[in-house]
Ligand binder design. Structure first.
Ligand code: F0G
Length: 460
């Protein structure tokens, strides 16, 4: 097969700026060594997130012009409805302005004060919503999911059924208000969840009448991993797989900014009419009328098309292989990453990269700073700063199991030459790793779980 290049060609380009190391050092200082505070125009390759950063296709740009901006009953809503039903196999949807708004509605309907919400690894925005409501969000990803060096494990996003059963046995099923399966599991490397696990989690939950929700931001990437890694799915289409995944849940939320291939938007999708009606009430107050949910008609059009493109198998093959390409280049240079490489980027293991920098001195954040300094590449820390917490009684720092720098890859945006820049720069930093020292946190906001967005650091 000679046709191994990108399944698209470039019709419009956006200039990016090359800068000098001295400039970048100055900008880092001004930003308090926090990547979120660096101006985007001073970034050469932006891998902060894969969220809302996709390049839209010519079909999506032309669909924008068809946007029906009617307040109620917009034609664009019905196009989106058809596309969502096709991909999810579920009847009802409520659009939202982005994923966390759908999380909020879902948390209001499914998380209860003092009760558990079981997940593989809850994404921050659901966790925040749940905690505000007084719910107890627990992460029950399988142990392999916390081991960065287990390349032979194909589904490191799976939920540990044993832990779930134990929580039910010890507390009684009525103390668990919901199970949320995040596909793919963002917090430990964009790792997929197998169909078997989704099915078994759902069967266990059903025995005890616990509703199952899927956080579906990266639904197509998860489906592609099932197709290529799980016995029995090789001959199924991506949409047959997505529909089967959602057949095991009552409700799904989605940040459309990922596999929806759009720059803004979210979805709340359900098969339960009662839940839909409640979601609509919350949407009217917080988002907008039920047929637009905080989005313009043109946004609904772009999403209707984008969801279909996100499920295209040729696109997905390119997508997953690009992340794998970067992962393989890094492994060749000895750079320790979460293996196998996940769906939406590569996660470098900060502790194995800088073994001499203790977790309390933010090794992954130090790597984020080094990578920007050397090559103008912006990644993000998912480690001691972002996921650290404080003991509610003693106020002492608690450090997370996962200590990484995430290099998130935007969809259809960068070429493999850009991936080479990242790999080469990290290879150099790795060679000189012993010269780097840790960092000190000198400013944090009042909400610990959100401190990474505004934190200030000093170099040690
Ligand atoms: N769920 C998952 C699994 C996510 O990764 C995100 C966002 C959300 C929900 C919230 O969606 O941003 O549209 O409000 N993740 C981004 C990231 C921000 O960088 O991983 P949103």
């Amino acid at each position: 097969d000679f046709m191994t290049a990108e399944p698209f060609r470039i019709k419009m380009v956006e200039r990016v700026k090359k800068t000098t190391k001295a400039e970048r050092q100055q900008w880092l200082k001004e930003a308090g060594y926090n990547a979120f505070k660096i101006k985007a125009e001073n970034v050469y390759i932006d891998c902060l997130t894969d969220s809302g950063t996709s390049a839209m296709s010519s079909e999506q740009w032309s669909a924008l012009m068809l946007g029906d901006e009617s307040y109620a009953g917009s034609k664009s809503f019905f196009k989106l409805e058809k596309s969502v039903q096709d991909v999810f196999g579920m009847p009802y949807l409520q659009p939202t302005h982005q994923g966390r708004a759908a999380d909020y509605i879902m948390a209001k309907l499914y998380a209860e004060e003092g009760k558990y919400a079981i997940g593989n690894m809850h994404f921050d925005t659901f966790r925040g919503n749940a905690e505000i409501l007084g719910a107890l969000a627990v992460d029950y990803v399988v142990d392999a999911g916390k081991d960065t060096a287990s390349p032979a494990q194909p589904f490191k996003g799976n939920i540990d059924l044993g832990k779930m059963q134990q929580l039910i046995d010890e507390n009684g099923a009525e103390q668990i208000s919901v199970v949320i399966i995040t596909i793919t599991c963002n917090n430990n490397g964009g790792q997929p969840v197998s169909m078997q696990n989704i099915r078994e989690v759902s069967e266990l939950a059903k025995q005890y009448d616990i509703p199952v929700v899927i956080d579906a931001a990266r639904l197509a990437e998860n489906a592609y991993f099932i197709k290529t890694r799980e016995e029995g799915y090789q001959d199924k289409s991506i949409k047959e797989i997505t529909r089967e995944m959602f057949s095991y849940c009552e409700t799904a939320t989605m940040s459309s900014k990922k596999d929806g291939m759009v720059n803004i938007g979210g979805l709340f999708v359900t098969r339960n009419k009662d839940i839909l009606e409640k979601a609509q009430q919350l949407a009217i107050v917080h988002e907008g009328f039920i047929t637009y949910g905080g989005l313009a008609g043109r946004d609904l059009e772009a999403l209707a098309v984008g969801l279909q493109e996100g499920c295209d198998e040729q696109y997905l093959e390119y997508r997953i292989k690009q992340a794998e390409y970067l992962g393989d280049r890094l492994l060749e240079k000895g750079v320790p990453i979460i293996e196998p490489t996940g769906g939406h980027g590569v996660y470098v293991d900060g502790r194995r990269f800088f073994p001499h920098i203790p977790q309390c001195e933010f090794p992954s954040q130090r790597l984020v700073v080094a990578l920007y300094e050397e090559a103008g590449v912006r990644a993000v820390e998912i480690g001691a700063c972002a996921f650290g917490s404080k003991d509610p009684e003693t106020g002492e720092d608690i450090f997370p199991d996962i200590e990484t720098m995430r290099i998130a890859i935007s969809r259809r945006v960068y070429t493999n030459s850009h991936m080479d820049v990242i790999a080469n720069a990290l290879g150099e930093i790795y060679k000189n790793r012993e010269q780097y020292k840790g960092m000190k946190l000198v400013y944090e906001g009042s909400v610990t779980s959100l401190r990474h967005f505004t934190a200030g650091f000093e170099l040690l």
